[in-house]
Every structure is written in C-alpha cells, then in structure tokens.
Design a protein around this ligand. Sequence first.
Ligand SMILES: C[S@@+](CC[C@H](N)C(=O)[O-])C[C@H]1O[C@@H](n2cnc3c(N)ncnc32)[C@H](O)[C@@H]1O
Length: 209
Amino acid sequence: MTIIETAFDKNALEYDNWFEKHAPIYQSEILALKEAIPAHKKGVEIGSGTGRFSLPFNIRIGVEPSPNMSILAEQKGMTIINSVAENLPFHNHSFDFALMVTTVCFLSDIPKAFSEVHRILKPQGEIILAFIDKNSELGKKYEKEKSENKFYKSAHFHSTQEITELLQQANFHKFSYWQTLTKNYSDEIEQPAQGFGTGSFVVIKAIKN
Ligand SMILES: C[S@@+](CC[C@H](N)C(=O)[O-])C[C@H]1O[C@@H](n2cnc3c(N)ncnc32)[C@H](O)[C@@H]1O
C-alpha cells in the first residue's frame, strides 16, 4: 500500500469543497476536458483525488495514493486503487484512455509515469492531461505563492512545451490542445479554445504510438 502523507490527505474535504466555492472555474475546466475525453470508452483517472473530474465523464476507476481523498471518491461510487502513477496496478493494454488532472506537477518521476500509462493503454489509446501551465498567469501566481499554499507547496509546475516533450519521449504522438481560464478567477464560465498560450488550464491529448 502506498500512503502519501500529504496536504491532500490531511485536508481532503477542504480540497473537494474548493470546487463548490469556485464553481465557474470548475465548470470551465469540465468544458475544456469535454473536448478531449472520448464518450463510451473505458477510462481510468490517475491521481483521481475525490473524483471531481472522473464522475462527470463516467470514469469509475481511479488510482490515488491518498486514503482520505479516496474515501470521498468511493463515497461517490468510484473504485479507487491505492497506488501511484509511477507504478500502475493494471495489466498491459487495459484502457482506451487515461486521464490525469492537475496531478503531473506532483509526480516524483514523470518519465516513469508516462511509460506506465503507455503500457496500460490499448493500441491507439489516448492520454489526456490537464494542468496549470507554468507560463500562464495562474501558473506564475501559483509558483510565486507556492510556499504559502498548503496544496501546491510541493508542486513542480511545467510548461505545455515541457509536457509535450516528455510525452513524445514516452512514445506518444498526434497532439491536440485546448485551453481555458484566460481570465484569472473570473465569475463567468468560459468556453474552451483550441491551442495553448493564453489559458492557464491546458488540456493535452496524445495517442499511444
Ligand atoms: C491537485 S490533486 C488533483 C486531484 C484530482 N485529479 C482533481 O483534479 O480533483 C493532485 C492529486 O494527485 C495525487 N498524487 C500525488 N502524487 C501522486 C502520484 N505519484 N501518483 C498519483 N497521484 C498522485 C494527490 O494525492 C492528489 O489527490
């Protein structure tokens, strides 16, 4: 069993409630992910947290190291396996797609994690990654205020280019990009746009080569 004693574990309910308090941000992120996530396919979320981004897309299986985050996801009907992205407890070719939302910045070994995702995907399977771009307004703000933020203290933020290169090295290709949150902490739900460079929340989809 992998237990990571983290801020997420200690403050799981507070983390989950953040999405209620910031509903327009959450809804904007859901709309961006909707562009990328295939319907009616078998998917898994890695770093599934409390299931905030799994359940709207009917993803019922998650991998998560924090027991307290997992309990909240399980209460909502998910099956959570206690492990980490760097060591995925699945057979080769198990899923049509794998989702990771704001988790990549917490991984201790991104190449290992991407190689594990590649292994568990079926041929032509899709990896869908969503994260706060280091070069965006919100990315710069998070980086600057990181030491005072209990959740993001240990995060290592990346640019879209950096994540793309790491995915290429892990043998993914055919990249698509969407973005949202062009205005920080706006009260309006934003429609996503293709590409990256203006939105703080970026979604990348790439195909297993
Ligand atoms: C910012 S939260 C995101 C949770 C969920 N994806 C969401 O967006 O609500 C980051 C999550 O990554 C998990 N995590 C940290 N290290 C991990 C690792 N090596 N493998 C998988 N998940 C990890 C944390 O426990 C936490 O639940």
